[in-house]
Ligand binder design. Sequence first.
Ligand code: PMP
Length: 365
Amino acid sequence: MSELVDKLVCENLKALKPYESARRIFAGGDSDSEIWLNANESPFANDYSVDSSHFNRYPDCQPPSVVGPYAAYAGVQEDQLIVTRGADEGIELLIRTFCTPGKDSILICPPTYGMYAISAETCNVGVNKAILNDDFSLDIATIKSFKDKVNLVFICSPNNPTGTSVDKAQLSEVLEHFADSALVVVDEAYIEFDAANTWATELAQYPNLVVLRTLSKAFALAGIRCGFTLANSEVIQSIMKVIAPYPMPEPVAQIAAQALSPKGLALMAEQVAYLHTQKEALKQQLAMFPEVTLVGDDKANFILFRHPLKQALMDYLVVNSVLIRDQSKQINLENCLRITLGNQQQNEKLLSLMTEFFAQQEPLA
Ligand code: PMP
């Protein structure tokens, strides 16, 4: 059997390593007994109701109960949006729609979110890199040098895992430079934590702009898998040719509609404000530990920091059932760990374990 698989599996997949999601790294864990601060999820589990009376029917491909409210929330027209299984599916659909396998390429700006490269590789699409500058701003000259060599330029803002938001003037320059040659995809998975910096309202000005969004972060709905791609209607119509016939399960549509109701939006805003308060407290405490350097910025719901003993610290936290994310394999992020903001109790538990850890490292008197 394995010979058959070897013979048949696509050439470009042979060497490919699947994305090491937080959930895959610690598979089989239990979020009731462990503290999960490793996947940039929300610590809130909000209540929803589900009506099963139409579960015998296929769902709408693009449920109007979700499309309408999200378009209103994002400030776009309904034909400028497509609902997907998380922003991850949006990334894959963009690549499948706009890149020819074995021929075309995308551009990414690492250190950044890993799925752009993995999705491209699974589709046999090339991946070019314009590494961020030391301060994590865009390396504009290098990005520009890829004109006519890439079909999609992925820019994450706020960026995972650096927490930095892209400079407006820099992004305008990129959009204009690629106006006639590539789509510029701004991944706004964390935009509710830096709402003033959205690009969603600029679609009319930039025909080659695409914005990715999700309910997985500020909306506290990572478990339902619901994301959005916002773009001009021609781009959306092209993606509609590729998307599965029934991508949105009916329960997902029902829950998303509730999250996007005025009550749901108010709850999200309240929880984002709470997390901002937690972020300030956590940052202050972290900066007081010996040799901890905060890295990047805090525009999202996580904090990145560097420590020479990152592995020992990580191991100590894991043994004590607190999970954070190692980012040290990413370019320019040696010894960096990322903490997703939890609730006050979870953040305090993390800090008390870090206090214990650093106390143990002190040289014996
Ligand atoms: N973009 C970024 C920058 C992310 O960090 C993530 C999730 N970690 C995603 C997209 C994917 O989000 P979703 O859960 O909507 O697929």
